[in-house]
Design a protein around this ligand. Structure first.
Ligand SMILES: Nc1ncnc2c1ncn2[C@@H]1O[C@H](COP(=O)(O)OP(=O)(O)OP(=O)(O)O)[C@@H](O)[C@H]1O
Length: 608
């Protein structure tokens, strides 16, 4: 089912394209009355026959404005397509080319960007001369640099991706990488920007034609009509107001198309309907529960459209509680955490029946109070400590920023607190280290600093997403111990995400096991020690290795692979890999109680 925001976007797109089509078709139909000269009807005031009157030669103003729409819209669109395509190629090439070629292209873009677009278009049109083709050339050249920069920035993000590195290693050439990997991944935001750029191109074209540098007589566009109408503005104001209104209307329509496309393609997030429906319940959620999540679903974009990779996840964390989420890579752990912290980015969207933190619903558009609440009471520790800090700002300054922004502290107070928190997380010489840049610190120190950042205010919940993945075994132990100490000292609850059952078993009171986006088992840590009930949790436990594992024997693994995003077959997603699967597993089992504080989603749970 299409969500309401996308439906509204689709309707907006239909309406916008409808209006543009009507303008162009009406122009074709009214061509004759726009050109028919009738000296008797010269400068007729608005009336039934001529709704906006006529010009000196008795030609209908409405008809002329509608006829002009073809040329105005056509030239603007062609110019934008040419400018955007050239900019896209230049920018994407700058992002993917290496060495001096990459630098040269980047500098060329910088140089072009130094010229304001309108001035550049005027300059080029003045040199090339008036005419439709020169206007197209001038406008295309004027918008090319901004598209090149956009493509370069978007492409640079993609160029770091592992699959590009893999393609390079496989010997795929730069052009193929550009066309096969980079351009498809940046096409959506570029399409949106292209539509919005048409509004700008319309203005530039109208400006050029108004100055006599654009379309030449006998052809005419809105800019030229505006120029002609201005000479008789006191006698017949509609002659100049009508083309001006057409320029504004068309500009607004293209901006609206860009906005609607962004929502349709999922580039701009709109709060989902479920969220809106629950917005009015903001303060009515029970405050005994620290975090309450009911039926949280997260969708991500895939080649076949949005796919639900977190499916109806419900969980509750009480104050002081330590809850772990485990599951293989891709099971939806991180997206669950990001949706809770309202940190989903890009084209990922979430819906939930309930999402409450400290008694306040987080559903609906984030207002200042929600932002403040999250900023003060929720700390997030990410898996990549280096990527989580701004590389060009000092560590101390980044910690201090949190307290200035959400705690109302002055810069000096915040800095003193930052040094204190760095000391509290065990960083030696905290004054010195607070002045260090992220690259000057080790992974373990950065992860400690990240935890210190979470302590700058009064965290009630710390979400730690695989906080030890990037660290070696000794530092891992230290960071987990530090999280424990911090929770003990502050009374904060913990949501620890890991693919390692041993890690969560060591730090948590309760464990949720996720598979293919669903919680398949929710149990106390003692239950895990006695043996979990879901065959997947069992297999996870059996495949964990420790110092007692017999290294001579083949390492235990779970046969098969988890389903790809959105590719889970109907029924129990684990069934294809499950030794206990039966026909009953064709129906997805609900998460149901199997014992005290023990829920499992399985038709054939393992019982002791
Ligand atoms: N921004 C995104 N766009 C498209 N798909 C995404 C995005 N982020 C995550 N996914 C997909 O959603 C699924 C769940 O991802 P998620 O990161 O939550 O898994 P995870 O259990 O945390 O895995 P890992 O342990 O590897 O981090 C995966 O299939 C992943 O490929």
């Amino acid at each position: 089912m299409i969500d309401p925001a996308r439906r509204r976007a689709a309707l907006t797109l239909l309406a916008c394209f409808g209006v543009l089509l009507v303008m162009v078709v009406a122009g074709l139909v009214l061509e004759a009355s726009a050109t028919r000269i009738d000296p008797d009807a010269s400068l007729t005031p608005p009336g039934w026959a001529h709704p906006l009157g006529t010009d000196e030669l008795g030609r209908d103003v409405v008809a002329r404005v509608l006829v002009a729409s073809r040329l105005s819209l056509g030239i603007s669109l062609i110019a934008v397509v040419i400018g955007a395509s050239a900019g896209l190629l230049l920018g994407a090439a700058a992002a993917t080319a290496r060495g001096w070629i990459g630098r040269l292209l980047a500098e060329a873009i910088n140089l072009l960007l130094a010229f304001p677009a309108l001035l550049l278009a005027l300059f080029v049109a003045a040199i090339v001369g008036a005419g439709a083709s020169s206007a197209i050339f001038a406008i295309a050249l004027a918008i090319l640099p901004s598209f090149a920069r956009l493509a370069q920035t978007l492409g640079a993000g993609i160029a770091q991706a592992d699959y590009i590195a893999a393609a390079r290693l496989l010997g795929v050439g730069p052009f193929r990488i550009l066309v096969r990997h980079v351009i498809p991944n940046i096409a959506a935001p570029l399409l949106v920007t292209t539509m919005i750029a048409v509004s700008g191109a319309l203005l530039v074209l109208s400006g050029l034609s108004f100055l006599g540098l654009g379309v030449e007589a006998p052809r005419y566009d809105w800019g030229m009509l505006l120029n002609q109408g201005l000479t008789r503005i006191y006698v017949s104001p509609a002659s100049s107001l009508a083309p001006a209104a057409a320029i504004v209307l068309a500009g607004l329509i293209f901006s609206l198309i860009g906005e609607a496309l962004a929502v349709w393609l999922g580039i701009r997030q709109v709060q989902p309907a479920a969220a809106e429906a629950h917005d009015d319940r903001r303060s009515t959620v029970s405050s005994d529960v620290l975090l309450g999540v009911k039926k949280l679903t997260v969708e991500v974009p895939t080649a076949h459209g949005p796919a639900a990779v977190v499916r109806e996840v419900s969980l509750r964390i009480d104050p002081d509680e330590r809850v772990g989420i485990v599951g293989e890579s891709g099971s939806g752990k991180t997206l669950t955490a990001l949706a809770i912290a309202r940190l989903l980015q890009g084209r990922c969207t979430s819906t939930a029946e309930e999402l409450s933190f400290r008694g306040r619903s987080l559903l609906g558009p984030a207002d200042d109070a929600t932002r403040h609440l999250l900023g003060r009471s929720l700390a997030v520790v990410f898996q990549d400590p280096l990527g989580s800090f701004n590389p060009v700002k000092r560590i101390g300054g980044q910690l201090a920023e949190v307290a200035v922004e959400h705690g109302g502290l002055t810069r000096d107070q915040a800095h003193t607190r930052a040094v204190d928190r760095l000391r509290a997380v065990g960083i030696a010489e905290p004054e010195v280290k607070s002045r260090a840049y992220p690259h000057q610190m080790s992974g373990g120190m950065l992860q400690r600093s990240m935890i210190g950042m979470g302590l700058m205010l009064e965290p009630k919940l710390i979400i730690a997403d695989e906080p030890t993945t990037a660290l070696d075994a000794t530092i891992q132990k230290q960071v987990l111990a530090l999280l424990d100490t911090v929770c003990d000292r502050t009374g904060a609850a913990l949501l620890l995400i890991s693919h390692d059952l041993a890690v969560v078993a060591q730090s948590c009171d309760r464990i949720l096991v996720m598979y293919a986006g669903r919680v398949v088992e929710d149990m106390r840590v003692e239950t895990l020690r006695d043996g979990p009930a879901h065959p997947y949790a069992h297999a996870l436990l059996a495949s964990a290795i420790d110092l007692d594992t017999d290294v001579a024997a083949p390492l235990p693994t779970i046969p098969g692979r988890p389903p790809i995003a959105g590719g889970a077959a109907p029924g129990c997603a684990f069934a294809p890999r499950c030794p206990r699967a039966s026909d009953a597993c064709a129906v997805d089992p609900a998460l149901s109680p199997i014992g005290a504080m023990h829920d499992v989603a399985c038709w054939h749970p393992v019982t002791a």
